[in-house]
Design a protein. Structure first.
Ligand code: C5P
Length: 220
């Protein structure tokens, strides 16, 4: 069984999905972390030619798992979980994610992963492209200002040089790229339930979504 949450950067998808996974005893899949992992590896290899780099993606031995309330990402045995949260990676990820070959790689990785358990996954195109037959779809949104504030608080732990202005600029540019790319742009699925989190507390949005899940699905 798969529940998906799509929406723009910083709308609260990942933290909400994680909290729901923990409370319902299901697994969390952070699709953005997989795009970030590829971006990190591309940057680490010295920004090689993208076509060549993407062709060899199957050699990177990507692994992901949700345990101890954390979505872990590894490549070739290197733990990337924290390394993918920097501004350096955030500034490049939407560019990397706009390539069809990168998207196909991440999509098939995710489809394989969810075969084994019940998942709640968050991303941009999950309800429209990757899991168009998902059991339940949400679309989360919030104003740009609120999203930037939240993302800033999250990022400053791993990257003390980051400013709120940087984060706002990065979100605006990522929204623009994610919504306008040719390959699977960010878009609300027609059958997705909209959750606007502007002005809502974290607890309110989590409870609201858990009520909907309990009403629509039988998870036991
Ligand atoms: O969710 P997060 O902000 O970590 O995602 C990082 C980037 O990965 C997004 O800005 C977007 O460009 C890309 N992404 C995507 N499709 C997804 C998830 C993330 O294109 N399903």
């Amino acid at each position: 069984m798969i529940i998906v949450i799509d929406g723009p950067a910083g709308s609260g998808k990942s933290s909400t999905a994680k909290a729901i996974a923990n409370r319902l005893g299901i697994k969390f899949l952070d699709s953005g972390a997989l795009y970030r992992a590829i971006t990190y590896l591309w940057l680490k290899s010295g920004k090689p030619d993208k076509a060549e780099f993407f062709e060899n993606l199957s050699n990177i031995q990507l692994e992901a798992d949700f345990k101890d309330q954390t979505f872990y990402v590894q490549a070739g045995g290197e733990d990337l979980t924290d390394k993918i949260r920097t501004k350096y990676v955030a500034d490049q990820v939407s560019e990397i994610a706009s390539y069809k070959i990168a998207r196909s790689f991440v999509n098939s990785f995710m489809r394989d992963l969810v075969k084994k358990d019940t998942y709640i996954a968050d991303g941009r195109d999950l309800g429209t492209a990757v899991f168009s037959d998902a059991d339940l779809k949400f679309y989360m949104d919030a104003s740009l200002k609120e999203r930037a504030k939240r993302r800033f608080l999250e990022m400053k732990n791993s990257d003390s040089s980051v400013t709120l202005k940087d984060v706002m600029k990065n979100l605006r540019s990522r929204d623009e790229k994610d919504q306008n790319r040719d390959n699977d742009p960010l878009k609300r699925a027609d059958d997705a339930i909209i959750i606007d989190t502007t002005g809502k507390s974290f607890e309110e949005q989590v409870s609201e979504m858990i009520s909907i899940i309990n009403e629509k699905l039988n998870l036991n």
